[in-house]
Design a protein around this ligand. Structure first.
Ligand code: CA
Length: 694
């Protein structure tokens, strides 16, 4: 189980719809509700483009804060609010739901599903939640520990709660449910640990299960659930993938076309990432890293397009999908667009899954291009990591991750929260599966780990992001705004010719949609990853965004520049014309100046600790023990923290805070080695002193 993920930082261093009306579902008719935000992507087509234009290019510099709401937690905040009848429904970390007066920010009710905190050990990428779904008088949301819950929208009281997972497997839910014709549809995550992906539909009123579509085959010696699973099983070979789950989780993106009556789901990476472990005999491993079209009433398969056949890089196709009708070569084409992690921007015919075009939107080296005859990427043999570790871009966090794009039908542009990060992939020849920890099939390449602050600074510089305005017809960049750091927020487009985005360095910015000119910006004091939305009440337009840094990169990829904006308590910020200026933002997290225990140890123990740390701890506490400010930076553990270290790591003393015991994964000796390594890294800070010998 040599998984290792965050060699991330390390590695780099080397180098220096069209909509129509569904009479059964008023939410489909977005034109009748231009003032509200009723669905996750505003419409089923997921454009994230609002027809509101009271706030526009001529006056956006006059907006200010109208109200704010504290969520009371500092983990990653990724919600898309839903706004209806003057009420805003949001989620916060640990799957907590709040209903707010959308005009004043007054709290109407809170529903805390009391997520089992120890379940956080099964979450690859923070204890986030991306939002609720609304249907008639109920709202629906998933919980980190696998439940789907229906609440009364007026009171927050529970209508029903269904466990959607088998808890003997490390599944989590972070994505927002979608509702199509009275079916609540929800997927799950867990691909880093090893699970079998699926998506399930439940009846809105009763919570009864209606159908389930598995995305990868189970044990081929047992009956297949559907004809598609029998077909898919022929594309897996030589391994026992079902013992690892296989992957293909549907952890975020979906879209729906009411005219074609088709539901589109995006599927995730393989479990483990490494196909030589998962399917050593080769094959495409259907339906990993694919867009799959389903019948929303039955879950029956219609077609699929696989973006990364035989995925070996965590190149999920769970990224945001947008439906639009585009004129291409003189013809109006019904398309679905996606910029998955693998770095290609795809325009696909959504009636049948045929590729129309694909070009890379970020630099890539794992493939040369997508072949238009076959629709398949042509892999670069030099980046095959079976025999030799391969420095590869994009890395597992992708050229674009979950942060939603936006499509403006007037400019014809898609706005992409893009990023560049390298990663060293390396085949683990001694891979052993352990369901209690990450299973990527990757070997930690210690030589790539930054050893000192200078090396870390080099990695920092080689890792960045940008807002990319992309012409999907010409498949080319139109403009970009460069950011120092990756992992900025999702996007909002408006008919006021605006594009809005929060950044990982804490700014909330409005751009001219056509030119990219920056028209307005405010420092919110903490990193933003969530996408903004907009709505109108009593003739006033509001723009809302949730702030609070977190998620995969924020936990694992801490860099020196990250320390400028330590995560604080998350909040909703809502702006309008003539609003107040931002009040002084957040306070800094005070750095303690601890004394670490004196420990008689040797270089070999520390080196072993370094290895085990990067196997098991870096995903949450940061490579090199440099925390991202979201959860505790272990270099600053105080005396009590060190005295109770084994009680926490093996004894589960802090389970209720989300730090469960690693006793099934680590021996006492390994835990001691990790502590020795943490102390050695603490001393490098220069502010930590070793205690005098007793
Ligand atoms: Ca993944």
């Amino acid at each position: 189980m040599k998984n290792h993920f965050l060699v991330l930082p390390l590695l780099f261093l080397i180098f220096s719809c069209s909509e129509s009306v569904d009479s059964k579902n008023p939410l489909v008719d977005f034109n009748s509700s231009p003032n509200e935000w009723l669905l996750h992507g505003r419409t089923y087509a997921e454009e994230r483009h609002s027809p509101l234009d009271q706030i526009n290019t001529s006056n956006v510099d006059q907006i200010g804060l109208s109200w704010s709401f504290e969520t009371g937690t500092n983990r990653g905040h990724e919600t898309t609010p839903i706004v209806k009848d003057g009420v805003m429904f949001i989620t916060a970390p640990w799957s907590v739901v709040h209903a707010l007066d959308a005009k004043t920010g007054d709290l109407l009710w809170t529903h805390d599903p009391q997520v089992e905190r120890a379940w956080a050990n099964n979450a690859c990428c923070d204890v986030v939640n991306r939002g609720v779904a609304l249907y008639e008088n109920s709202i629906f949301f998933g919980t980190l520990d696998g439940r789907l819950i229906s609440l009364d929208k007026d009171t927050g009281n529970e209508n029903w709660s269904i466990l959607t997972i088998d808890k003997s497997w490390p599944y989590t839910i972070t994505g927002a449910p979608r509702i199509v014709k009275g079916n609540v549809i929800i997927g799950n995550g867990g691909g880093e640990f090893g699970v079998r992906g699926y998506v399930t539909a439940y009846d809105v009123d009763s919570g009864d299960e209606l159908w389930r579509f598995y995305t990868v085959p189970g044990n081929p010696n047992e009956p297949f659930e559907s004809p598609e699973m029998e077909i898919a099983a022929k594309t897996w070979s030589g391994g026992k993938w079902w013992e690892y789950g296989g992957g293909g989780t549907v952890w975020d993106s979906m879209a729906y076309d009411p005219v074609l009556d088709t539901l589109y789901i995006g599927t995730g990476n393989g479990s483990p990432w490494n196909r030589y472990v998962r399917s050593p005999g080769g094959g495409d491993n259907l339906y990993l890293s694919s867009i799959v079209a389903l019948d929303p009433d039955t879950g029956d398969y219609k077609w699929h397009y696989q973006t990364t056949p035989g995925d070996s890089w965590d190149y999920t196709a769970t990224q945001h999908m947008i439906l639009a009708d585009l004129e291409i070569n003189g013809q109006i084409r019904k398309v679905i667009m996606q910029a998955p992690k693998n770095g290609f921007f795809y325009v696909i015919d959504r009636t049948n899954g045929e590729l129309i075009s694909a070009e890379n939107y970020v630099p890539i080296n794992w493939a040369t291009h997508v072949d238009m005859e076959t629709g398949r990427p042509i892999e670069n043999p030099a980046n095959n990591y079976f025999n030799t570790p391969a420095l590869t871009t994009p890395g597992p966090l992708g050229g674009h991750n979950w942060q939603p794009m936006a499509f403006n039908p007037d400019t014809g542009l898609v706005y992409i929260p893009a990023q560049e990060m390298l990663f060293v992939y390396s085949h683990d020849k001694d891979f052993k599966y352990n369901r209690k920890t990450w299973n990527t099939g990757q070997q930690v390449e210690m030589t790539y780990l930054p050893k000192n602050p200078d090396e870390l600074a080099m990695v920092d510089k080689a890792t960045f992001g940008y807002l990319l305005a992309w012409d999907p017809v010409a498949q080319k960049e139109v403009w970009r705004e460069q950011y120092q750091r990756p992992w900025s927020g999702g996007l909002l487009s408006t008919a006021g010719d605006l594009v809005l985005q929060g950044t990982s360095d804490g700014r909330f910015i409005a751009f001219d949609a056509a030119s990219g000119e920056m028209l307005w910006s405010v420092d919110t004091g903490q990193g933003i990853i969530a996408p903004p939305i907009t709505y109108m009440i009593d003739e006033e337009q509001y723009i809302a965004v949730q702030v609070g840094y977190g998620g995969a990169y924020a936990l694992a990829g801490a860099f020196p520049s990250a320390n400028k904006n330590p995560a604080q308590n998350g909040r909703m910020l809502v702006f309008k014309l003539g609003g107040e200026k931002m009040s002084p933002p957040v306070q800094s997290i005070a750095k303690v100046n601890p004394v670490v225990p004196s420990m008689t140890t040797d270089a070999l123990t520390i080196a072993r600790g370094e290895y085990e740390y990067h196997e098991h701890c870096q995903f949450c506490h940061g490579a090199g023990v440099i925390g991202g400010g979201v959860i505790p930076d272990l270099r600053y553990l105080d005396e009590v923290g060190h005295k109770t270290f084994l009680g926490v790591i093996l004894g589960g003393m802090h389970s209720e805070k989300g730090m469960a015991s690693f006793k099934d994964v680590l021996s006492l000796e390994q835990a001691n080695q990790i502590q020795a390594y943490i102390i050695s890294q603490a001393k490098l800070t220069g502010v930590t002193q070793e205690a005098a010998e007793d």
